[in-house]
Design a binder for this molecule. Structure first.
Ligand SMILES: Nc1ncnc2c1ncn2[C@@H]1O[C@H](COP(=O)(O)OP(=O)(O)OP(=O)(O)O)[C@@H](O)[C@H]1O
Ligand SMILES: [Mg+2]
Length: 505
């Protein structure tokens, strides 16, 4: 039996009004990949932040390599070889990749930062694990996938032997996720121990030696990866049977609500530049946009929402040309947008939950009356959304910064869908959301469609695209390689279009 590196026992951590972790239990053996799973708000991130010294638990003990502590500081945790890549990136956007990696651990020579030594060390890890990064780029210029690679190198740079990855694959393309798994496996071979948090049960089953399930802050079970199954894990997480899937609701197609005509847009990367994208969506239908992430989907969403310049072509919303208008004006013309990145664009973390939920409806009746806020109505409105989306904890006054990742996502989805706009542009709407809530969000998208909205669903999850869409457009290298009717689509056909096969349209 391998050596036990970490043993957390009897851990309790409360936030005002919430028992985030109760009698928490977690052990990590040397050289294992141990997944930590559970619904949104189950306490996964909190438990791991306690290990990383970011929170002090009220009760419990943390034994690391045989030494017992009642709590750790981040400095102690790093000193003990613990590294954590957070669910929400913690890099400084204005600084370069290199500066971020060495921050606080700068190698010095004659009193100055030894840039060459830093670069060599970064390149060593980059090569050893295939973590490609651009050391001199500013973090605000790099993709989320690269930001994550930077975070991983940063922990390795600080000498991590125990790596905690909080939902690392939520932001990755399937290829990048596959690469990450290779990296994790080779780290494991090299004797490193890994805690992996994810909502994707297939991934968890593929990579884990052991799996710990949490529910409502408590330890529910720890099982061997080889002796469990997705249905069993789902049942342990939710406490009831969960059914996923379902088939599309029939469309009642109305007028064209959004048309994108020969649009050219500059891209993050060469592959993701839009090169003449055209499609239209009618009221009462869901158009799915499938594709491997990084083929222009993010650029497309941003261009429609006014967050990225359109070089050439037109975006017509409800009969009005809106390309290159400010985002606010585009919203006024009838666009709701669930952005891919809930933290940068979706949520105001300094406001509370009710303010975030009501942000788009503040100036309208019944929430305001002749310019005066009616806070009673705002609470009522927010309360209704909290209930229908099962946002936890169910409090309208909770600061948005205290929400767990998946619950933050639910707030953004609830706010955007509830506006009842003519066009709903939903980018990766169920990213980071637990299986029960995926069901809720998918039902809400169907309801928006039934209420007459034109829905554009951008998702890298083929199963999601197939279960919701009426028509499916596939993007590859900044172009639409095909549009198929959902009734004629299957994974094989879409997969071919996603890799550039089939005819260009
Ligand atoms: N800083 C904080 N302030 C207040 N409440 C918090 C804070 N951090 C977490 N919580 C609350 O503690 C509970 C557990 O949150 P945690 O982030 O650990 O969940 P999680 O299992 O990581 O969920 P997810 O899958 O959505 O990321 C939630 O109810 C959350 O709202
Ligand atoms: Mg979390």
């Amino acid at each position: 039996m391998s050596r036990i590196l970490i043993e957390m026992k009897g851990i309790c951590k409360e936030f005002p009004g919430v028992k985030a972790v109760q009698d928490g239990l977690f052990t990590l053996e040397e050289g294992e990949i141990h997944s930590l799973i559970g619904e949104n708000g189950a306490g996964k991130s909190t438990l791991m932040k306690i290990l990383y010294g970011m929170y002090v638990p009220e009760e419990g003990s943390i034994a690391v390599k045989g030494q017992t502590y009642s709590s750790l500081t981040p400095k102690q945790a790093i000193g003990l070889g613990i590294g954590m890549v957070h669910q929400e990136f913690m890099l400084v956007r204005e600084m370069t990749v290199l500066e971020n990696i060495i921050l606080g651990f700068e190698p010095r020579k004659g009193g100055r930062i030894d840039r060459k030594a830093a670069l060599e060390k970064i390149e060593y890890y980059a090569d050893a694990y295939g973590l490609r990064v651009h050391p001199d780029k500013k973090v605000e210029e790099i993709s989320v996938g690269e930001a994550q690679r930077v975070e991983i190198i940063k922990t390795l740079y600080r000498g991590a032997e125990i790596l905690v990855l909080d939902e690392p694959t939520a932001v990755l393309t399937p290829q990048e996720a596959e690469q990450l798994f290779c990296i994790l496996r080779s780290m494991k071979e090299g004797g490193k121990s890994i805690v992996f948090i994810s909502h994707k049960l297939q991934e968890v089953l593929a990579i884990s030696d052991r799996i710990t399930v949490m529910r409502g802050g408590k330890h529910i079970a720890t099982v061997a990866g080889s002796s469990t199954s997705a249905p069993e894990l789902a049942r342990l997480m939710v406490g009831r049977e969960v059914f996923l899937g379902g088939s599309p609701v029939p469309a009642a197609k109305g007028d064209v609500a959004l048309s994108v005509e020969s649009v050219f847009v500059p891209g993050e990367k060469e592959l993701s530049k839009l090169r003449g994208v055209s499609f239209s969506v009618r009221k009462g239908e869901i158009l799915g946009i499938a594709g491997v992430n990084g083929n222009g989907q993010s650029e497309l969403a941003e261009a429609i929402a006014g967050l990225r310049p359109v070089q050439r072509g037109r975006v017509v919303l409800g009969g009005v040309e809106v390309q290159n208008l400010p985002p606010r004006r585009i919203r006024e013309h009838g666009l709701s947008h669930i952005p891919e990145d809930r933290n940068q664009r979706g949520l105001d973390r300094l406001s509370d939950v009710k303010e975030n939920l009501a942000a788009c409806s503040f100036t309208e009746a019944p929430l305001s009356h002749f310019g005066v806020m009616r806070w009673g109505k705002v609470r009522e409105f927010a309360d209704g959304l909290i209930r229908s989306y099962d946002i936890r904890p169910a409090g309208v006054d909770i600061p948005a910064s205290g929400l767990s990742g998946g619950n933050a996502q639910k707030v953004v989805v609830a706010r955007e869908v509830s506006r009842g706009a003519d066009v709903l542009l939903a980018s990766q709407p169920t990213r980071g959301v637990d299986i029960g809530s995926i069901e809720t969000i998918r039902n809400e998208l169907n309801r928006a469609k039934e209420a007459g909205a034109a829905v554009v669903l951008i998702s890298s999850d083929l199963e999601e695209i197939l279960s919701l869409s009426d028509r499916i457009a596939v993007m590859f290298e900044g172009r639409i390689t095909g549009v198929v009717d959902a009734s004629e689509a299957d994974e094989e056909k879409l997969g071919l279009l996603m890799t550039g096969g089939g005819t260009h349209v």
